[in-house]
Design a binder for this molecule. Structure first.
Ligand code: NAD
Length: 477
């Protein structure tokens, strides 16, 4: 049994009052117990953060940057262990968990570097006045993250928030607390003062809600469902604190007949099967021109059919979904589809086979669905791709923009004018042309429009998100 996951609050003397099971999604077994933090643990963590933050903010930027660089080195040092834990907790293939750990280290290294080049402006009001702006941290920031990329999500908010002089209290997802707790321990080993990074595991309705309601939390970051995001936004509005919401999407690949279909088929497959489709930016809709629809559907279906499934630690192409609950959700969408044709998949693996005890789902392609069908509108969060055929550019755009979401989109065409025209017209926070994703995406501002949320994480832009501008006006002479 792995050790108990304790609330990581600096100097905490709180006894663990309650626990819940940490379940392995590959076979349903119990991996261990997680401390069930609640309002009291959150309060203690926020107090520790509030106490540590002023001195941390006053620490010279170079020293904060050095500490983040050391943390990056420690994440690299422990990469294999972190990847193993992440793979077991989430079910994701080991090589994907290794890539996540690499990206996590990159966040600390990147923000350690760029924060030293972040400064305010001077504003030329006239010879008698000196005006300048300062970027100031909010103080204690609360971060609530999802179970799909636990280590990456924790790292991206902790790195940018602490680089800019904030202290963080992070609530990991109920299902996947272990790498976030390990990260908090590494932060202390790297020399970040006690109280600057705090992790309180627990359930959303308890620890999560307590964090959003805490009067000393001055900024809220959230990654998860639109439904919970709305609650977080309400809590932020009650206390008039800013919130950054990253709420997933229903992202489209738009493929024209002049595209490199091989490259498109490869990227489309990868973008919906990575992490078993449980990626906010998954390419879950294929908006495809009628002339190439049959060819592209066959190419993607062939790749789906050749996919290997198994426990994440065996490093297959596709691991289980994060939980039985998530599997039921995917089943509900696929079995409820009232239009189109299931070309491949459509079920869980055979119930008399090796994978029956896990939360697996076969890669599924449903061709030609009605764009109004829930499977074409809502976030399924599983390895499920739907195709929506079009005949001209206007229809392609209408389909691509035709959901409540607006996270990312991809265009596949060799026509440069069309690519730029549509990149401007697509409702999304990121648009990729003849590719999908780019490295770990650390440098690229990320976030959505419409129901995908607001605010941006990643890139230099996140430094602005975790600070507010103070304008100082000095009368000269
Ligand atoms: P969720 O929104 O309920 O959970 C996300 C995080 O919010 C978790 O840490 C959870 O503990 C916390 N939370 C839950 N209730 C809360 C509350 N009242 N106050 C504060 N925090 C709270 O997501 P879920 O139920 O685990 O997943 C459901 C669906 O959400 C998925 O099927 C998927 O469509 C979507 N989702 C999106 C993303 C994304 O990357 N944008 C990630 C995970 C899930």
């Amino acid at each position: 049994m792995p050790e108990l996951t304790l609330p990581l609050v600096a100097g905490s003397s709180l006894a663990v009052r309650d626990t819940y099971d940490n379940v392995d999604p590959a076979d349903g077994s119990v991996l261990g117990q997680v401390a069930r933090g609640g309002a009291e643990e959150v309060d203690e963590a926020v107090r520790a953060a509030a106490q540590a933050q002023p001195a941390w903010a006053a620490t010279p930027t170079e020293q904060r940057a050095d500490a983040l660089t050391r943390l990056a080195d420690l994440v690299d040092r422990d990469r294999e262990q972190l990847a193993h834990t992440e793979s077991q907790d989430t079910g994701k293939p080991l090589s994907q968990a290794r890539a996540d750990a690499t990206v996590a280290a990159r966040y600390f290294r990147y923000y350690g570097r760029v924060v030293e080049a972040a400064y305010g402006d001077t504003i030329p009001l006239g010879p008698d006045t000196h005006v300048y702006t300062r970027r100031e941290p909010y103080g204690v920031v609360g971060s609530i993250v999802a179970w799909n990329y636990p280590l990456q999500l924790a790292s991206r908010s902790i790195a940018a928030a602490t680089a800019t002089g904030n202290a963080v209290v992070l609530k990991p997802a109920d299902e996947t607390p272990r790498t976030a707790v390990a990260l908090a321990a590494l932060a202390m080993e790297a020399g970040l003062p006690a109280g600057v990074v705090n992790v309180v595991p627990g359930l959303g309705a308890e620890a999560g809600a307590a964090l959003t309601a805490h009067p000393q939390v001055a900024h809220l970051g959230f990654v998860g469902s639109t439904q919970t995001g709305r609650q977080v936004a309400h809590a932020a509005a009650e206390r008039v604190v800013p919130a950054v919401l990253e709420l997933g999407g229903k992202s489209a690949h738009v493929v024209f007949p002049d595209a490199d279909l091989d490259a498109a088929a490869e990227a489309i497959t990868r973008s919906i099967l990575q992490n078993a489709g449980q990626t906010c930016s998954a390419g879950s809709r294929l908006v495809v021109h009628e002339d190439i629809r049959a060819e592209l559907v066959a190419a993607v279906a062939e790749r789906f059919g050749a996919t290997t499934l198994g426990p994440g630690l065996d490093d297959p192409d596709l691991g289980p979904l994060v939980s039985r609950r998530q599997q039921d959700r995917v089943r509900g969408y696929v079995e409820g589809v009232a239009s189109g044709e299931v070309v491949v998949g459509g079920t869980a693996p055979p119930q008399d086979g090796d994978l029956a005890a896990g939360a697996f789902w076969l890669p599924t392609l449903v061709d030609g669905v009605d764009p109004r069908d829930p499977i074409a509108q809502e976030e399924v969060f599983g390895p499920v791709l739907v195709t929506l055929p079009f005949e001209d550019e206007a229809q392609a755009l209408e389909l691509a923009n035709g959901t409540a979401y607006g996270l990312i989109a991809a265009l596949w065409t060799r026509d440069l004018s069309r690519a730029h025209r549509l990149a401007g017209a697509l409702e999304a926070g990121q648009v990729f042309v003849n590719t999908f994703g780019a490295g770990g995406g650390v440098e690229l501002p990320f976030g959505g429009v419409k129901a995908s949320g607001y605010g941006r994480e990643k890139g230099v832009e996140a430094l602005a998100g975790f600070t507010h501008t103070k304008t100082v006006v000095v009368r000269l002479g």
